[in-house]
Design a protein around this ligand. Structure first.
Ligand code: SAH
Length: 254
């Protein structure tokens, strides 16, 4: 008996062993000591991971899938629960890699949780919607460069590994998919106020057609000596946003 796919849980089960092998190879290259898989479903990836030489847990929200895994892979460590709600201090108590064919409806939230715990998440290999994967790796100056591109690139190197077609899944999703790899970069703490950095990025992309002078008025009053104010958010690189945050801090401390 297999698990009946539930739409609201973003269940699209991989059915193509060639794709599975490609993803598993990319995962094994991480050389992890500890790994969590988000959304194992029926374990098509997990079956090739759980007996390897690292600490592996699979986190699954769907009780039917959890039962399926318990029956078919009794030695697999499966955590029944919602990844977004699980206690991060237990999940990320040591360097922990994140992998999976993710539920696409929560992929951004997965990345935000990872960013919050980035010093314990050295890397990730995961499948997400193709458009999101493309956006994440975009550089400044392109139309699709956005909040997640800047925030992830602040702390991670992003690699687009390969595209996966709809027919590799049962049921097929409406969108194409892609596997990406994120690797923690060398940036430790930002030289600017991190909360303010996140806020300025979110607020400026919230009105991406406007110049920063307009969208950030409440933070900057009418300062003029900052070169970014006549630009739009998609034109700013990570370093530019750091410089912008420093300029705003300086203004606010005056
Ligand atoms: N990895 C499997 C299943 C992918 S579908 C495969 O490739 O075949 C996505 C999986 O994520 C589903 O099993 C779904 O139940 C699970 N899921 C959805 N939301 C979740 C959440 N918040 N936490 C953990 N798992 C979740």
């Amino acid at each position: 008996m297999s698990v009946r796919a539930k739409k609201k849980l973003g269940q699209h089960f991989l059915n193509d062993e060639n794709i599975v092998n490609k993803i598993v190879s990319a995962i094994l290259e991480l050389e992890a000591k500890k790994m969590i898989e988000i959304g194992p479903g029926m374990g098509i990836l997990s079956k090739d991971l759980y007996q390897k030489d690292f600490n592996f847990s699979a986190i699954e929200i769907d009780s039917e899938s959890v039962e399926y895994l318990a029956k078919n892979y009794p030695n697999m460590n499966v955590i029944s629960g919602d990844f977004l709600k699980l206690d991060a201090h237990k999940l990320f108590d040591e360097d922990t890699y994140i992998v999976g064919n993710f539920p696409y409806n929560i992929s951004s939230q997965i990345f935000f949780k990872m960013l919050k715990h980035r010093d314990h998440v050295p890397g990730l290999v995961g499948m997400i919607q193709k458009e999101v994967a493309e956006r994440i790796q975009e550089k400044a100056g392109t139309k699709t460069y956005g909040i997640l591109s800047v925030l992830l690139q602040t702390f991670y190197d992003v690699e687009y590994l390969f595209t996966v077609n709809e027919n590799a899944f049962t049921p097929p999703p409406k969108v194409k998919s892609a596997v990406i790899k994120l690797t923690r970069n060398n940036r430790k703490n930002l030289e600017c106020d991190e909360a303010l950095y996140f806020r300025l990025i979110k607020e400026s992309f919230g009105q991406r057609r406007k110049m920063l002078r307009a969208s950030l008025r409440q933070h900057i009053g009418n300062i003029t000596d900052c070169k970014f104010l006549t630009e739009r958010p998609e034109q700013l690189s990570v370093d530019d946003f750091i410089q912008l945050t420093l300029a705003v801090e300086k203004y606010q401390n005056k």
